[in-house]
Design a protein around this ligand. Structure first.
Ligand code: NPQ
Ligand code: MG
Length: 391
C-alpha cells in the first residue's frame, strides 16, 4: 500500500533557534469594496508575523478578518492567542522548524489562522536557512499556475458584466461569482449568456443558503458551473451530502474543511466533490499539504482559495497551487485585483498564469517603504519572555 509522502524536510544543521516574533498590523485600502454574503469590506486589515531566529527571519500572514465574519477568528483575537499561548509554547522549542513549533503548540485548541501565520513564518525562516523554496519543500510540480478571480456581489447585473469583462481582459482563466439569496440565478445567467459556454465559471455562497433552498439552487444546473462553493453553513456536512444528491452542480466545500480528517469525512460522505484549500483555515501549509494528499488519494480535485492576502500571503499560496492535484484554477489573483500598492513586488498575470516563486522560503520580501506606509502598529514578543531574557 502506498502512503502519501510526508511534507519535505530540510537539513537539521541549518535550523536555528527561535528568538522572538514581531506582530505587525497593516491596513491596505481595497481598489473597490468587496461584497460577499458575509458583508462588505473596504480595507484589508491583516496581521503579519515575522519569526526571528538565531539564523534568518521569516514571514507569515494571518488571514483572519478584523471581525469574525468568515470564521470565528478575528485579528485581535489571533494576536492575543499568538502572544499568550503560541509564542510561550514555542519558547520551550530548541529548533525553529515548522514541525517542531506545530508540535510545541499542539495542545492549544482551535485558532488555525493564528497558528498558520506563526507556522508559515517559521517555515519561511527554516527554508531560507536551507536555501530551499516552499514549492520544492511542498512537492510542487508546476512553474506557473492558472489564475482565477473572485467577483463580489454588485448592485446591478450591468455593473457585474462590466467588471467581469475587465477581469477577462486582464487574462483571468476562471471567474467565481459571489452569490447570496436574491443574487444568484440572474447574475449567473447574465454572465453565461454574455461570455459564452467556454468560460470557466463557478459560484461561492459562503454558507448563505439552507437545505430548504435546494430546489432554488437546482436552477443553477443548466449553466454548467464548475462548482457551487459552500452553499450551506460550515457545520452542515449531512446537509451538503443531501444537497449534492439533488444538484447537477458539483459541491465544493471551503469553510467546512478544517483539517485532513474533516476533508476525508466530507469526501467519504459525498458532501464534497471538489475541495478548496486555504492554509489559514486549516492551521498552515503542513496540514494544507496533507489535505491535498487526502484529496489526491480519493481522486478529488482541489484548488487554492484566497483571503485577500498581501504579497506575503499570496507567495506561499502560489507554492501550494503548484502541487499536482491542484488541477483547478484557484483564487490566485494579481496584486492589482485588490491593492493599488502591495507590500511586496506586485504579483502579475502573464497570459492568464502566474509564476510560482523560486527563491528560498516564500520567495518574496516586503518592500520596506510599502510595508512602513501600511503599518498600523508593531509589537515584539521575545521567546524568552517568561524567563525575562531575550531568548
Ligand atoms: C472565500 N474569499 O473563498 C473568500 C472569503 C472572504 C476571495 O472569495 C476580507 C478579507 C473580506 C477576507 C471576504 C474570496 C473577505 C475575505 C470573503 C475572505 O470564501
Ligand atoms: Mg469560499
Amino acid at each position: 500500500m502506498t502512503k502519501p509522502s510526508e511534507a519535505g524536510e530540510t537539513p537539521a544543521r541549518s535550523i536555528g533557534r527561535p528568538v522572538g516574533f514581531e506582530l505587525r498590523r497593516v491596513s491596505l485600502p481595497l481598489v473597490r469594496p468587496f461584497r460577499t454574503s458575509l458583508g462588505t469590506e473596504a480595507d484589508r486589515d491583516a496581521l503579519l508575523v515575522k519569526a526571528v531566529t538565531t539564523d534568518v527571519a521569516g514571514w507569515g500572514e494571518c488571514v483572519a478578518m478584523a471581525e469574525p465574519l468568515y470564521s470565528a477568528e478575528y485579528l485581535d483575537g489571533c494576536a492575543d492567542v499568538i502572544r499568550h499561548f503560541l509564542v510561550p509554547a514555542i519558547a520551550a522549542c530548541s529548533a525553529a522548524s515548522a514541525t517542531a513549533v506545530a508540535e510545541a503548540y499542539r495542545h492549544v485548541r482551535g485558532h488555525p489562522m493564528a497558528k498558520a501565520a506563526v507556522e508559515t513564518a517559521v517555515l519561511d525562516a527554516q527554508l531560507r536557512a536551507a536555501g530551499m523554496s516552499l514549492a520544492t519543500f511542498l512537492g510542487g510540480t508546476r512553474e506557473r499556475v492558472d489564475t482565477g478571480v473572485s467577483v463580489g456581489i454588485m448592485d446591478a447585473v450591468g455593473e457585474l458584466l462590466d467588471v467581469v469583462a475587465g477581469y477577462l481582459d486582464d487574462g483571468y482563466r476562471r471567474i467565481k461569482l459571489k452569490i447570496e439569496p436574491g443574487w444568484d440565478v440572474e447574475p449567473v445567467r447574465a454572465v453565461r449568456e454574455r461570455f459564452g459556454d467556454d468560460l470557466l465559471l463557478q459560484v461561492d455562497a459562503n454558507g448563505a443558503y439552507t437545505p430548504a433552498d435546494a430546489s432554488h439552487l437546482a436552477r443553477l444546473g443548466p449553466f454548467d458551473l464548475l462548482m457551487i462553493e459552500q452553499p450551506l453553513p460550515e457545520d452542515d456536512l449531512t446537509g451538503h451530502a443531501a444537497l449534492a444528491a439533488r444538484l447537477r452542480t458539483p459541491i465544493c466545500l471551503d469553510e467546512s474543511i478544517t483539517s485532513a480528517r474533516s476533508a476525508a469525512v466530507a469526501i467519504t460522505m459525498g458532501a464534497t466533490a471538489v475541495v478548496n484549500i486555504k492554509p489559514g483555515r486549516v492551521g498552515g501549509y503542513l496540514e494544507a499539504r496533507r489535505i491535498h494528499d487526502v484529496c489526491a488519494a480519493h481522486g478529488v480535485p482541489c484548488w487554492i482559495g484566497g483571503m485577500l492576502e498581501t504579497g506575503l500571503g499570496r507567495a506561499p499560496n502560489l507554492a501550494l497551487a503548484a502541487l499536482p492535484n491542484c488541477t483547478l484554477p484557484g483564487d490566485i489573483s494579481a496584486s492589482s485585483r485588490y491593492f493599488r500598492r502591495d507590500i511586496t513586488e506586485p504579483f502579475e498575470i502573464d497570459n492568464g498564469q502566474m509564476a510560482v516563486p523560486v527563491g528560498p522560503g516564500i520567495g518574496v520580501d516586503p518592500d520596506p517603504d510599502a510595508l512602513a506606509s501600511a503599518t498600523v502598529s508593531t509589537e515584539w514578543i521575545p521567546c524568552g519572555s517568561r524567563f525575562g531574557t531575550a531568548g
